[in-house]
Design a protein around this ligand. Structure first.
Ligand code: ATP
Ligand code: MG
Length: 259
């Protein structure tokens, strides 16, 4: 791991805790490190920038309405027979620990699924998660193809995404979410952009940064796990994704003014 992230600059000079965007800078540095570790794709760095823009416009906080989406997501995950957490480089770097804890509580599979797929990168992400404490990481063998997914993401594990009834995705491309839905799977997406295709196709979208949403999702899964299935179903039924996305879009359009 690099100690000095930018030539001639010490880490403390870049990461000043008093900086108003300290956390944002910290996550940028983590992703840059992830890139040099071979985990994050260069396009992943750009995708993060798109996310940051929406985060900025959302005030870099988890909104009340989003707590409802997270709660519905937790309920849907608890109802699932074969829940799978789909992981890419950005998601692994930004929420590795939470991904693993969530998989353990839910007995969910973790599967690496990449747009910029290479054997080497899959292996690196897998190693990274195993070192962090994951018991098993799918995505490198026993693969089958979902022919309707055009990108490299069509290669999925027989025991993972292929078999899943509920898939949690984050920082995801719209094409794949659409195809997963067409296959009859339920998709929970964590995506900062309420206008993205992923956000609109998903069964439940959590419009938040994965760094904030994942710890809250974990807490809700822990809180709701003793509930009856009928109560969980009620929570899912009450949540309307389109209504929620419209509210989040409105927030982005109206909450900021230069005074
Ligand atoms: P779509 O393909 O769904 O229409 P897009 O083409 O605009 O979306 P992609 O690059 O395909 O965008 O997907 C990345 C998505 O992840 C973007 O919507 C971006 O806002 C979001 N994103 C980036 N970083 C984060 C993050 N840290 N937490 C949550 N979402 C993020
Ligand atoms: Mg896209």
């Amino acid at each position: 791991m690099r100690k000095i992230l930018h030539v001639g600059l010490k880490k403390e000079m870049i990461l000043d805790k008093r900086h108003p965007r300290y956390l944002s800078l910290l996550y940028r540095e983590k992703l840059i490190e992830g890139y040099f570790m071979g985990i994050v794709a260069i396009a992943g760095l750009i995708a993060h920038g798109r996310g940051e823009t929406f985060d900025y416009l959302l005030g870099e906080k988890t909104h009340e309405e989003t707590i409802e989406a997270i709660k519905a997501g937790a309920a849907l995950l608890l109802l699932a027979k074969h829940p799978v957490i789909s992981v890419n480089g950005n998601f692994a770097i930004l929420a590795g620990k939470e991904i693993i804890e969530l998989s353990k509580i839910l007995n969910a599979k973790i599967e690496v699924n990449l747009f910029y797929r290479s054997k080497k990168r899959i292996e690196k992400i897998k190693r990274y998660l195993l070192n962090l404490g994951a018991e098993e990481v799918l995505g490198d063998k026993d693969l089958v193809e979902i022919p309707t997914i055009r990108s490299e993401r069509r290669r999925v594990s027989k025991r993972g995404i292929y078999k899943a009834d509920v898939v949690l995705v984050a920082i995801e491309d719209g094409d794949r979410t659409e195809e997963l839905i067409k296959l009859g799977k339920k998709v929970i997406a964590i995506d900062l952009n309420p206008l993205s295709r992923t956000a609109r196709y998903a069964t439940i979208t959590i419009v938040d940064n994965v760094t904030r949403a994942m710890p809250i999702l974990l807490n809700y899964v822990k809180k709701l796990r003793t509930m009856k299935r009928s109560e969980l179903k009620e929570i899912v039924k009450k949540f309307n994704n389109t209504t929620y996305l419209k509210k989040m879009e409105k927030k982005i359009r109206t909450s900021f003014k230069i005074r």
